[in-house]
Design a protein around this ligand. Structure first.
Ligand code: AHR
Length: 654
C-alpha cells in the first residue's frame, strides 16, 4: 500500500513539475508594423434564408399580405362571403385582392384571419400600425371593418374599427395597442356593415421598428447586428441571387419603388431541402435593395451587393441551355451598371433620381460589387469577363468580387482561382462550411497564398460540428482559424460568417449566427467570436511568434496580433484548442523609446464546456468575460484555459 502511495505522490509531483515546465514564450514585434487591416475586414453576410428577411428582419407581421402567393389565401383563414379578385386592383404587379360581402341573416359573419409568420409576436403595451388599401363597392355607402388581435387560445384581446369611406382605392390606417405579450397571436378582420368592401395589401408593423421607420426592420434584430460593429454588409445572398431558374433570381429592380407594387418572388429555400419544407416561404421584396443599402449605412458597413451573372443555380441546372447565352447578357450587365448608378449616381441620373425619390438623395457610396454567387466551370469566367469589361469601362473605381465556387479546394477551386487572376478581379469570394478539425488545420491556409493576385473575401464560412449546432466548440475553432485571417490581412481583406439569421420555427440551414423567435433573440458563441474580432480588428498586423514561428496550431495554440494606431492599443488574440492549461508569457519586443505601456491589461476570455450553446430560454449560457488585470512592465503572464479563446488589449501612449 505504502509503495502505491509513494508512486502516486511522485506521479503528482512530476506532473506539477512538468506543468510548470510548459512555458510558452510568445513575442510580439511592436516595431514591425505590418499590413493594414481593412476597416471592412469583418462583416455580415445577409440572405433571406431561415426566414431571415420575410418573417425575420423585415418587421411586417402579416404573411401573404397581398394575396399573391400561388395559393392566394395561404396564411389566411376566411369565413362568410370572401372571394379573391384581380380586376382593377390598385397594384398591377400584385393584382390580387379580397372582397368581403355581408354573409346575410344579420347574425352570420364575414371576415378573415392571418396566422403571421409562425404566429404574430406582440409585446405588452407595444403599438402596432394596421394598414390596408380598401374601397367600397357601392359609392353611396360607408363600410366598416373591425380589426382584432387573437391569442393562441382564440380569445380576442384588442380591437379597433375602421370606416371605409370611398369607392376609390385608398390607404387606411389604425394603431392597436397590445395589452399583453403574445408570441403566437393572429389578426382577425370582420366586416361590420351590410355591404361589400375590397381589401388589398393588409399590413401590420410594430411602430417601434429600427429607427421608427415605416416599412421598417425588427429593432431587436438590427440591434444585434449593430452590436457586432460590422465593417461590411454583403446582400442579398447566397443562392437566392442565382434563383432556381433565371426567372426566379433575385432581381434588384423589382425590389425597389413603392412597396405595395414590388412583385412577389418565390424563395428557393422553401423547397431546397425536402426534409425542411416551408411551402409558405416567399420573398415580398418588402426589404429590398433600398432598405438593404440603408441598413448598411445605419450599421456603418460597406455595402457589397451581389448580382446574378447570367447563371441560374448550378446545383439545380446543368448545361449551357439553362443559362443566359454569353452573347445575350446585355440586360444582366445593364442591371449591374444601373445598380451602381442607383447607389452612387447623382439625382439627375435615371437611377439616382429613383433613389432620391425613395428618400435618399445622397449617394450610398458603394465601392464593391459581387458578380455571381457560388458559380463554377467555364460558364462562369466566360460571363464574368463581359461584366468586368463593362463595369471597368464605366466605373473603374468599383472593386469587383469574383467567385472560387462552392468548395474550398479541389478541381473547381483549382480551375477558378487562375481564371480570377486572369480576369483581374479585385477579390475572390471563397466559401467553406467545414468540420471543426478543418478549421483548426487551415489556420495557415493563407500563409502561402500568392500576394500578387486578387485579394481574398472569405465570403461564407462556418464550422460545422457533426451535430450542426452553434456550440462553443464550433465557435472556438472559428476563432482559432480567424487568427490566420488576421495574420494574413495583407491578402485577406474581408470575411463574413454565414448564414446570419435563423427563426427557430422556420430554419432550413444550420448553424447560423443569430437565432430568434417572434419575440426573442439569442446570440450564439459564434456571434461573440465575430464581435470580438470586429471590435478589435486594429489598424495593422503585428507579428507574434513562438520560437520565431507564427502560432498556427503547435501544441493546440493559435495567435495573431494587431496594433490600433488610432485607439493606441496593442491587441493579441490567442486560442488554446488543446485540453490543457497553457502557461503563456507574452513579451513585447521593439517598443519605441517614447512608447509607454499602461499597466491596466484588458483580458477577455471565451471558454467553457465544448457543447455549451445559447438558446432563447438561456441566451447567456456562454458569454465572453472581460476583466482588467495589472501588469508589471511589458510582459503578460497568464495561464490560458483549455478550449479557450483569449484576447489581451494593452493601451499605450507615445
Ligand atoms: O449560406 C447558405 C448557402 O450556402 C448560400 O446561399 C450559398 O451561397 C451556400 O451554398
Amino acid at each position: 500500500m505504502k509503495k502505491y502511495l509513494l508512486i502516486f505522490v511522485l506521479a503528482c509531483f512530476s506532473t506539477s513539475i512538468f506543468a510548470q515546465q510548459q512555458n510558452y514564450e510568445l513575442v510580439v514585434n511592436v516595431n514591425k508594423v505590418g499590413a493594414k487591416v481593412q476597416p471592412y475586414m469583418y462583416g455580415l453576410f445577409f440572405e433571406d434564408i431561415n426566414f431571415g428577411a420575410d418573417g425575420g428582419l423585415y418587421a411586417e407581421l402579416i404573411k401573404n399580405r397581398s394575396f399573391d402567393f400561388p395559393q392566394s389565401l395561404m396564411g389566411w383563414t376566411t369565413f362568410g362571403d370572401v372571394t379573391v379578385k384581380n380586376e382593377n386592383g390598385p397594384f398591377d404587379r400584385n393584382p390580387n385582392y379580397v372582397r368581403l360581402s355581408d354573409a346575410g341573416h344579420g347574425h352570420k359573419h364575414t371576415g378573415l384571419e392571418n396566422e403571421g409568420f409562425k404566429g404574430i409576436g406582440l409585446k405588452k403595451d407595444a403599438t402596432y400600425r394596421f394598414s390596408v388599401w380598401a374601397r367600397t363597392i357601392d359609392s353611396n355607402t360607408t363600410q366598416k371593418i373591425r380589426v382584432e388581435f387573437i391569442d393562441a387560445n382564440n380569445n380576442p384581446f384588442e380591437r379597433k374599427e375602421l370606416e371605409i369611406t370611398s369607392s376609390e382605392w385608398e390607404k387606411y390606417e389604425v394603431v392597436l395597442t397590445s395589452p399583453k405579450e403574445e408570441e403566437k397571436a393572429s389578426l382577425r378582420i370582420f366586416l361590420k356593415s351590410e355591404g361589400s368592401v375590397d381589401l388589398e395589401h393588409i399590413s401590420l408593423f410594430p411602430t417601434d421598428t429600427w429607427k421608427a421607420r415605416e416599412n421598417g426592420l425588427r429593432r431587436d434584430l438590427v440591434e444585434a447586428l449593430d452590436e457586432l460593429n460590422p465593417g461590411l454588409f454583403r446582400f442579398p445572398g447566397g443562392c437566392i441571387v442565382e434563383g432556381t431558374d433565371l426567372e426566379t433570381r433575385y432581381d434588384w429592380k423589382k425590389s425597389i419603388g413603392q412597396v405595395e407594387n414590388r412583385p412577389l418572388n418565390e424563395n428557393r429555400w422553401h423547397y431546397t431541402f425536402d426534409n425542411r419544407l416551408f411551402p409558405d416561404y416567399f420573398q415580398t421584396y418588402g426589404m429590398g435593395f433600398y432598405e438593404l443599402f440603408l441598413l448598411s449605412e445605419d450599421l456603418g458597413a460597406e455595402p457589397l451587393p451581389v448580382v446574378n451573372a447570367g447563371l441560374a443555380c448550378q446545383y439545380q441546372n446543368e448545361g449551357e441551355h439553362c443559362h443566359v447565352p454569353v452573347g445575350e447578357l446585355g440586360d444582366y450587365i445593364q442591371d449591374a451598371l444601373d445598380l451602381i448608378e442607383f447607389a452612387n449616381g447623382d439625382i439627375t441620373t435615371e437611377w439616382g433620381k429613383i433613389r432620391a425619390e425613395m428618400g435618399h438623395p445622397e449617394p450610398f457610396n458603394m465601392k464593391f460589387i459581387g458578380i455571381g454567387n457560388e458559380q463554377w466551370g467555364p460558364e462562369y469566367p466566360a460571363r464574368l469577363e463581359k461584366f468586368i469589361e463593362a463595369i471597368r469601362s464605366k466605373y473603374p473605381e468599383i472593386k469587383i468580387v469574383g467567385s472560387s465556387g462552392p468548395q474550398a479546394e479541389g478541381k473547381d477551386f483549382e480551375y477558378l482561382w487562375p481564371e480570377m487572376k486572369r480576369l483581374k478581379v479585385d477579390l475572390v469570394d471563397e466559401h467553406y462550411y467545414r468540420s471543426p478539425e478543418w478549421f483548426l488545420n487551415q489556420a495557415d491556409r493563407y500563409d502561402s497564398y500568392d500576394r500578387k493576385g486578387p485579394k481574398v473575401f472569405a465570403g461564407e464560412y462556418a464550422s460545422h460540428h457533426n451535430n450542426r449546432k452553434n456550440n462553443l466548440e464550433s465557435a472556438l475553432t472559428e476563432a482559432a482559424f480567424m487568427t490566420g485571417l488576421e495574420r494574413n490581412a495583407d491578402i485577406v481583406h474581408m470575411a463574413t460568417y454565414a448564414p446570419l439569421l435563423a427563426h427557430v420555427d422556420a430554419w432550413q440551414w444550420r448553424p447560423d449566427l443569430i437565432w430568434f423567435d417572434n419575440l426573442r433573440v439569442a446570440r450564439t458563441p459564434n456571434y461573440y467570436v465575430q464581435k470580438i474580432y470586429a471590435h478589435n480588428s486594429g489598424t495593422n498586423v503585428l507579428p507574434i511568434t513562438w520560437n520565431k514561428n507564427p502560432l498556427t496550431g503547435q501544441e493546440g495554440l493559435y495567435a495573431s496580433s494587431v496594433i490600433d494606431t488610432d485607439k493606441k492599443e496593442i491587441i493579441i488574440k490567442l486560442s488554446n484548442a488543446s485540453e490543457e492549461t497553457k502557461n503563456i508569457n507574452i513579451s513585447l519586443d521593439g517598443l519605441k523609446r517614447k512608447m509607454r505601456i499602461q499597466p491596466a491589461l484588458e483580458y477577455t476570455v471565451l471558454t467553457g464546456e465544448k457543447d455549451l450553446e445559447n438558446s432563447l430560454e438561456n441566451p447567456k449560457a456562454i458569454l465572453p468575460k472581460t476583466s482588467v488585470k495589472t501588469i508589471m512592465g511589458t510582459n503578460i503572464e497568464v495561464d490560458v484555459k483549455p478550449n479557450s479563446f483569449n484576447m489581451f488589449v494593452l493601451k499605450y501612449t507615445d
